[in-house]
Design a protein around this ligand. Sequence first.
Ligand SMILES: NC(=O)c1ccc[n+]([C@@H]2O[C@H](COP(=O)([O-])OP(=O)(O)OC[C@H]3O[C@@H](n4cnc5c(N)ncnc54)[C@H](O)[C@@H]3O)[C@@H](O)[C@H]2O)c1
Length: 257
Amino acid sequence: MPTSSKAALDGRPRVVVITGAAGALGTAVAQRLAGEAPTDLVLCDLSAERLERTAATLEHVGGRTVTRVADVADPEAVDAAVSGAVDRFGRLDVMINNAAVLSSNGRIHNLAPEEWSRQLEVTFLGAVHGTTSAVRVMRGQDGGGSIINTASVAGLTAWPYAAPYCAAKAAVVQLTKVAAVEYATERIRVNCVCPGMFESAMSADIPDAARPGLTARHPLGVGTPQDLVGAFSYLAGPDSRWTTGSALVVDGGYAAP
Ligand SMILES: NC(=O)c1ccc[n+]([C@@H]2O[C@H](COP(=O)([O-])OP(=O)(O)OC[C@H]3O[C@@H](n4cnc5c(N)ncnc54)[C@H](O)[C@@H]3O)[C@@H](O)[C@H]2O)c1
């Protein structure tokens, strides 16, 4: 049976964990999922205060929302967040590994080793830890589950001056594909969304000098989180029951040329 369909869920809410949930995209995805179907949410991020602000925007849509401070670079913290979801809501239907950090702007020969480590620890291993914790739960449960990683077109194409971020996102794409193949027989689907540039705190950190060039490379213009939530809705829901291992590009045409 497809995961997260009302039929497959026997009328109970789906249970969704989102990392980076206090950010622009994480908040928009939480609002979309909670607004379209009964959904219990565990929102994870670094700041309790920002998480509470996100949770407050969900009060009117129904479903239960729990906030949890968790650094995705810490496997125990991620595991505790997933276990907490299962303890509180009984299972885990959808895991969204969305937290990431942007690289500092620099050509490869100028980058410090710490910049590479930080990208690998947060942007890549954050998705690894979320995937690992999620499959441990989903393997043993009826109906499997859906894991959605937020990758980037930066993982598919070259962004000059952002090599650690590009490499980490490319690794997220490959993690997604391998996990999809490994766990398909256990009804766990694993996909990633590859956004182009959209408005958020992260993209606000892109240096002004790089902005016109990047903007010009998006034929439909720079996006907003609302331009992306449909992709997450699709991958979280029953219509994607035959979709796994995909890198769904939603980028205003950035990667087309
Ligand atoms: N904004 C863009 O143009 C763009 C383009 C492609 C992909 N993305 C991806 O979209 C996702 C969401 O980013 P956004 O644009 O909404 O940015 P954002 O800065 O608004 O949100 C990112 C969130 O991740 C959280 N975070 C950072 N490090 C963390 C950690 N170690 N543990 C837990 N949480 C952590 C931050 O606190 C923040 O709330 C990211 O994976 C990003 O790489 C963004």
